[in-house]
Write a protein that binds this ligand. Sequence first.
Ligand code: ADP
Length: 295
Amino acid sequence: MPEGRTRVSEDEQRHETRIADALKARPAGAPAGEATETVFRLDDVHVYYGSFLALRGVTLDVHGNEITAFIGPSGCGKSTLIRCLNRMNDLIPGARVEGKIEYHSQDLYGDGVDPVEVRRRIGMVFQKPNPFPKSIYENIAFGPRVIGMRPDSMDDLVERSLRGAAVWDEVKDKLKQNALALSGGQQQRLCIARAIAVSPDGILMDEPCSALDPVSTARIEDLMEELKRDYTIVIVTHNMQQAARVSDRTAFFTAEAAEGSGDRTGLLVEYDRTDSLFTHPADKRTEDYITGRFG
Ligand code: ADP
């Protein structure tokens, strides 16, 4: 039906314009090709839940002081993979990781690696802000206390963390108030402050803006740009414009039936610098997804 086709192509055009606008809105970052340190090196990673293969054969490097985005349709294993990077999957019964994941050239799953220490060094922010039902101050001070950090001044550490997450000005006069009284966007920045407070090296963000309004989303995106000066950031997002706006590199995943099995398993289709992936995708599956033709 020509009429239907025209409508689809107009939708596609609008979609492509939004992606192009998002790419234009990117702050000037490191020039293309400039190499930064490899923080995570994944080699042929497979993840199972029991006998179900959720993700197969992922090989990619995550670079320091960059934002790496994982995109792809629901169920393709983005959250599963991001949880591998700080051993959060260890907490899920039946989850099993095969292949190699190195963190600063050390086997992240090697004998003698303490998963609790891994989670301190690589913090995580979730889709739904999850402050503790405690005061704003206690939300920040709790982690450093639990791991035995002895800052010269806890007050200073709390302030520094809240400033680092761009929420200090909004909460400085009510540090004793319950964190749950804050707005969703403030709660999410508080959770980022909580992650920063224990001096991590990396921050993993699993759909950090999907429960937030556009204004709060923009604040978190601006904040991410500042945070990458000090931290390595990996973000899962279902929002392609967001990946195009904020990330330096993008990994596109999809789910396909494995040979000889009806189960759909996730796989990495393409990984590249964000502007290249969105403007010159090498794989037809990536192109179909980013132009909205994924069906
Ligand atoms: P995405 O983040 O891309 O939406 P997920 O990583 O959540 O994908 O899921 C990948 C696959 O693994 C899906 O088939 C999902 O149903 C399955 N899965 C995710 N978490 C679990 C779990 N805790 N137990 C069993 N299967 C899971």
